[in-house]
Design a protein around this ligand. Structure first.
Ligand SMILES: [Zn+2]
Length: 89
């Protein structure tokens, strides 16, 4: 399979940073739902827990992080998927 982009959309947390749930709690987004729709195959995939990694059936996009962080994997760009997550600021 082709290499996928791997990004973390969660504010204040880069992929290179340590994920510390006890720090910066005041600035964290509250993730209600971590969910995207693949624009290629139409699959809606949701990550329901922190290590619940899901790929769509065509393999172009993936989600991970559950309610802890919004991790996205995609083949070309963020146009590969439609964001369906629900996040409370
Ligand atoms: Zn797909």
């Amino acid at each position: 399979m082709a290499r996928l982009w791997d990004i973390n959309l969660t504010r204040n947390k880069g992929l290179d940073e340590e994920v510390d749930n006890n720090k910066d709690v005041d600035y964290m987004q509250i993730i209600i739902k971590n969910c995207i729709k693949c624009n290629n195959c139409g699959d809606v995939i949701e990550s329901t827990s922190v290590h619940d990694f899901k790929m769509c059936s065509c393999g172009r996009v993936g989600v991970d992080g559950g309610r802890e962080y919004l991790r996205r994997l995609f083949a070309d760009g963020q146009d590969d998927f439609e964001e369906l997550s629900v996040v409370q600021e």
